[in-house]
Design a protein around this ligand. Structure first.
Ligand code: NAP
Length: 284
């Protein structure tokens, strides 16, 4: 890649950002398509968030990804918020054409799952009720899930998310309960989405949220954890003959969707996935 006078800048704002996988992934995509763009990571202290957005506007930056701790706070500095991002209450992508915020995390998970099955009319069990669960759950509703069951250690948090989803009016059936009861809920589930950090490196020997014995072989099992590639839960899914969906795909497709928002072009997903795996040092 050659930076020229005409090069368009996109990037990431977060705090910290130095371990981000997004710069290599997006720069590889721009290279692959021969596009005059460069992706840069900016470490933005929370106190400087407003001036970072104002500065980016002045500098004619084309787009940002937004990561922790700015995903919620940044919304107040934008002119427009995409409808689902508004329901989620967090953005991870900004398009400076209209200073509009989007959330591509949830759609990233949906695209990952839809490589294996459709969401429409499916009964989905979601473990966890944090940021990832919230982003994915609203998209599950948007893509026509029949029912959503939110299971969490802290049941109040599950109930709160379930109420927010019901308030959206997009779905009639949302259950909230303790994650300790997951085995029972999986009997009638089509899709399990695990958004807990269980099994995330270096805790690769964690006890998974559910064992193979409690999975039927039509179940689609998505684990948001992407490092290691084969988490304890994914190993159990394979053992049960269920259909595994790897966390790296969510990472990939959130980037693919952001790329499209900024450039209007379809991203080269295969090249991005290859670079993601290299950056994360994952096998396969
Ligand atoms: P978060 O907001 O902190 O939420 C974590 C959730 O997991 C909470 O509901 C928490 O329950 C639950 N939890 C934590 N430890 C648990 C345990 N030992 N047993 C049962 N439940 C447990 O985190 P997040 O931002 O949603 O991220 C969650 C995971 O998703 C992380 O591993 C992250 O790396 C991954 N993620 C992946 C992608 C991707 O692109 N693949 C994107 C975003 C996030 P309580 O409420 O009871 O504490």
């Amino acid at each position: 890649m050659k930076i020229k006078g005409s090069t368009n800048i996109v990037g990431l704002i977060g705090h910290p950002v130095e371990h981000s996988f997004s710069p290599p992934m997006h720069n590889a995509a721009f290279d692959e398509l021969g596009m005059d763009y460069a992706y840069v990571a900016f470490d933005v202290d929370p106190h400087n968030l407003k001036s970072a957005i104002d500065g980016a506007k002045s500098l004619n930056i084309k787009g940002f990804n937004v990561t922790i701790p700015h995903k919620i706070e940044v919304m107040q500095f934008l002119d427009e918020i995409d409808e689902i991002a508004g329901l989620i209450g967090a953005v991870n992508t900004i398009d400076f054409k209209n200073l509009k915020g989007y959330n591509t995390d949830g759609i990233g998970a949906i695209r990952a799952i839809e490589e294996v099955t459709t969401i429409k009319n499916k009964n989905v069990v979601v473990a966890g009720a944090g940021g990832a669960s919230r982003a994915i759950s609203f998209y599950l509703v948007k893509y026509g899930a029949k029912s959503i069951t939110i299971l969490n250690r802290n049941v109040d948090k599950a109930k709160s998310l379930a109420n927010d989803i019901l308030d959206s009016g997009l779905i009639n059936e949302v259950i909230a309960d303790s994650v300790s009861k997951i085995n029972g809920y999986l009997v009638n589930a089509d899709i399990l989405v695990d958004t807990t950090p269980i099994g995330m490196y270096p805790h690769v020997d964690d006890e998974p949220i559910v064992r193979a014995e409690s999975m039927h072989n039509d179940l689609v099992v998505f684990d948001a954890v992407y490092n290691p590639n084969e988490t304890p839960l994914i190993k159990e899914a394979i053992k049960a003959g269920a259909k595994p969906v790897y966390g790296i795909k969510m990472l990939l497709y959130q980037g693919v969707e952001s790329f499209k928002i900024w450039t209007g072009r379809d991203a080269p997903a295969d090249e991005m996935e290859k670079v993601l795996k290299q950056t994360l040092n994952l096998e396969g």
